[in-house]
Ligand binder design. Structure first.
Ligand code: FMN
Length: 458
């Protein structure tokens, strides 16, 4: 029997990312800015042995933004507080490479990683909202390709900065002469297309080596970045078939990039409704979808297209030809909406409903939900799931009724195996590059180098 284990993350999204979610009975109206709410739900997820909690983020809003986006805590700040209230659960924060300097990002995540004793994760995004430019002194948003080139360089600089100190750089022995062994502190002197960074970073590594790198872009460039260099990827594929195709694609790309398929974990972001029966859970979903306010749905439909105003079109007329609108925003979302609207010949009204209403495959009795999670996991559609938490009562139901089924089937842990995020996810701890180079050099002494050379010549 395979000892592969399903992983679980909880997206703590306060008052929610749908227009009506904040009205659910268990959701405090200040949830997105209430640190006690985050601590309480993170602790509950930790009691249930979840791998991580995850915080979404983006730096631009309009009055039409979803309730959680309008008024929320900054992810690293809030997770630093959650770190103090938890001991094992991973803490994953979203931060954009388009409007942050690598030195600041490396420092902030290294701090969260030490504060949490090796539980930090970074969801690397490039920001799809063009309006973000105005908050950072730019006239226009970076083009999509440039964003991903910048992200690639950004991430490699951050990782290099995290290795500034070898793990034994500082003395723990007060009788030794110096606090620092300067040969174990390394400048970077990076000069690249986007960044010039001298280094060294002024903070050492945690026991997981580097924070775990997540990535969430679904375009060609996003997939390549993830496959080449992320530890995990989030995806919004809605059906089993789409998720399977995405999974295959990412694992293939990883292998093409010289990695093993298991070096990157794939986490569909999903919503779950657990009911006393399949019918009851489906009725809950239908009732929720029935609350849809068409005006708000149109506004939400516009978000991947840089808040394009869809109310200007006849509501029962055909979905408009938008040209390449959205290609510089949330590209994969925008392309998917345009493709489906074209293929299914949707009207504007139908598109607003189709892309706002969620018909999740994970709706039903505890057994039905567990069966579907197991099917996706075993049939190569997911390594784990990132579950959107709306009303915390739903998290509670999932923990009490679905988690035990997964545990009884041997699919999910009953205890944490480790206390770092990286190890609990089954990922290797990266060696410090300078320590590794030193080791390689000692192993390849002049004599062995000569031997190796003569062998190769034969
Ligand atoms: C579960 C999940 C969480 C995500 N969280 C964020 C986020 O917090 N911030 C963000 O800018 N993009 C986030 N994304 C990604 C966007 O939804 C979008 O897919 C991506 O930015 C578009 O990238 P692309 O241009 O490569 O298609 C998330 C995606 C998924 C599936």
């Amino acid at each position: 029997m395979s000892n592969r284990r399903l992983r679980l993350g909880a997206i703590l999204q306060g008052v929610g990312m749908t227009p009506e979610g904040w009205k659910q009975p268990g959701v405090p109206t200040n949830a997105s800015i209430n640190i006690d709410w985050y601590k309480k739900n993170a602790k509950r997820a930790e009691d249930a042995k979840f791998d991580f909690v995850f915080i979404v983020d983006s730096p631009y809003i309009t009055p039409d933004s979803a309730p959680h986006f309008l008024n929320r805590l900054e992810p690293l700040t809030l997770l630093s507080a959650v770190a103090g209230a938890t001991t094992h659960i991973g803490l994953v924060a979203t931060l954009t490479t388009s409007y942050n300097e690598p030195f600041n990002v490396a420092r902030a995540f290294a701090s969260l990683d030490l504060i949490s004793n090796g539980r930090a994760g970074w969801n690397v995004v490039t920001t799809g909202l063009e309006g973000a430019a105005g908050n950072y002194g730019r006239e226009v948003h970076f083009p999509h390709e440039v964003r991903y080139r910048r992200a690639k360089e950004h991430l490699s600089v951050v990782r290099a900065l995290w290795d500034s100190y070898e793990d034994d750089a500082f003395s723990t022995d007060k009788t030794s002469r110096d606090f620092l062994d300067p040969s174990k502190q390394h400048r970077l002197d990076h000069r690249g297309e986007f960044f010039n960074v001298a280094g060294p970073l002024n903070i050492s590594r945690s026991k997981q080596g580097h924070p775990v790198i997540f990535q969430a872009g679904g375009s060609e460039d996003g997939r390549s970045l993830a496959a080449e260099s992320a530890d995990a990827i989030f995806t919004g594929q809605e059906t089993f078939e789409e998720a399977q195709a995405f999974y295959r694609d990412i694992k293939t790309r990883a292998v093409q990039a010289g990695r093993r398929p298991d070096d990157i974990l794939i986490f569909p972001g999903i919503s779950v409704i657990v009911g006393s029966s399949d019918e009851q859970a489906q009725a809950t979903q239908a009732a929720r979808n029935g609350q849809l306010d068409l005006k708000k749905a149109l506004a939400q439909l516009g978000r991947p297209f840089n808040y394009h105003d869809f109310s200007q079109y006849p509501i029962d007329g055909p979905f408009p030809d938008l040209g390449d609108l959205g290609s510089n925003g949330y590209r994969s979302h925008a392309e998917r909406i345009k493709r489906i609207a074209r293929e299914e010949k949707l009207t504007v009204r139908e598109a607003a409903i189709r892309f706002t209403v969620r018909n999740s495959p994970f709706v039903g009795s505890p057994t039905t939900v567990a069966n579907e999670l197991q099917r996706w996991f075993e049939a190569g559609a997911a390594d784990g799931f990132n579950i959107g938490i709306g009303d915390p009562n739903e998290l509670e139901k999932f923990i009490q009724e679905v988690v035990p089924v997964l545990q009884a089937r041997g699919l999910f842990r009953t205890e944490y195996e480790h206390d770092t995020l990286r190890e609990n996810l089954g990922l290797a701890i990266p060696a410090n590059r300078y320590t590794e180079a030193r080791r390689a050099q000692t192993q390849t002494s002049p004599a062995t180098r000569h031997d190796a050379h003569s062998t190769a010549a034969e």
